[in-house]
Design a protein around this ligand. Structure first.
Ligand SMILES: Nc1ncnc2c1ncn2[C@@H]1O[C@H](COP(=O)(O)OP(=O)(O)O)[C@@H](O)[C@H]1O
Ligand SMILES: NC(=O)OP(=O)(O)O
Length: 321
């Protein structure tokens, strides 16, 4: 089977943890141990978030006295792909001896006229109280918005249209390699009037980008991993209920959920609607059980799933290396 996994930000940095390299490396190691069983049996693509890490590197760059201009967000996106990609690469190599692993710096095309450029919505960096956030906005030239009961910097997050390196990712997968790519949703780029690629000031949503990549790779499943076991109906109320197996129509009928559960649901529903295949949302530790239909919120066209025998995979793992 060919599986695209989107790794939630919490897998690298739990709420309240400081973004030190050693903390994130240790979290990456735990996350890759959870995904190793999937990689042993399937073609696997791993994508990841970069919101907190963009914040750290952007601040560093903005405060570096040797620079005339702070690094732009496309360059910082590439830095985060290199850094997080390295942590994931090494953990995978250590947990999957003998298996080839590739970690790519790669780009995602967005449209230059995407209205998202005029309405920043993607939270990056750390959380502040309102007063500190507004002072930071003044000092750094940021836009800040409320995120729950805290405040955070927001940047433009245009819709991902296509992963530029889709073809090489497909080649790597068919040779048996595990591929880490589309980190932070991919480095945001547009094509200019001559068709040449050019970076833009934005951070793409990694779940939406993982969905687009899964479509383009004709993946058999899209698994979105976060820190909650299920999508909940009536989330945040005293009658909240976990959703186990469902349809895109039902999930969409719940309305727009708070924060980044929204893009997760959108990515999962779109993938199932367009491909007829399976998407799942749940906890990192449950990744294997989700595919067995024993955990998570499973989304299929008919809203039922009895396990991998219900799938009709197009891809088989071949270790051609
Ligand atoms: N309907 C819902 N069901 C479950 N969790 C929800 C829902 N709506 C919002 N959430 C919140 O979304 C969070 C996951 O989103 P987020 O933390 O942004 O993901 P990640 O960083 O793992 O990509 C959960 O911890 C939960 O607080
Ligand atoms: N790029 C992105 O979606 O990152 P987070 O998941 O860390 O917000």
């Amino acid at each position: 089977m060919r599986i695209v996994v989107a790794l939630g930000g919490n897998a690298l940095l739990e709420r309240g943890q400081k973004p030190d390299a050693e903390t994130q490396r240790a979290n990456a190691e735990k996350a890759m141990k959870s995904l190793a069983p999937l990689a042993k049996e399937h073609e696997l693509v791993i994508t990841h978030g970069n919101g907190p890490q963009v914040g750290v590197l952007a601040l560093e760059s903005a405060k570096d006295p040797s620079l005339t201009h702070a690094y732009p967000l496309d360059t910082i996106g590439a830095e985060t792909q290199g850094m997080i990609g390295y942590w994931l690469l090494q953990s995978l190599q250590n947990n999957l001896p003998g298996r080839q692993v590739a970690s790519l710096v790669n780009q995602t095309l967005v449209m230059a006229h995407d209205p998202a450029f005029d309405n920043p919505t993607k939270f990056v960096g750390e959380v502040y109280d309102e007063e500190t956030a507004k002072a930071k906005a003044e000092e750094m030239g940021w836009v800040v918005k409320q995120d729950g009961d805290k405040w955070r910097r927001v940047v433009a997050s245009p819709t991902p249209e296509r992963v530029v390196e889709t073809r090489i990712i497909r080649l790597l997968l068919s040779s048996g390699a595990v591929v880490v790519c589309s980190g932070g949703g991919g480095i945001p780029v547009v094509r200019d009037e001559r068709g040449k690629l050019k970076g833009v000031e934005a951070v793409i949503d990694k779940d939406l980008a993982a969905g687009r990549l899964a479509e383009a790779l004709e993946a058999d499943a899209l698994i979105i991993l976060t820190d909650v076991p299920n999508v909940m109906k009536d989330f945040g109320t005293d009658h909240a209920e976990p959703i186990t197996t469902t349809t895109p129509a039902f999930l969409r009928s719940l309305g727009a959920p708070a924060g980044s559960m929204g893009p997760k649901i959108e990515a999962a529903c779109r993938f199932v609607e367009l491909t007829g295949d399976l998407a799942a949302i749940g906890r990192l530790d449950d990744a294997v059980r989700m595919l067995d239909g024993e955990a998570g919120t499973i989304i299929t066209p008919g809203g039922n799933y009895g396990g991998p025998d219900d799938l009709n995979p197009r891809h088989e793992l071949t270790l051609d290396v």
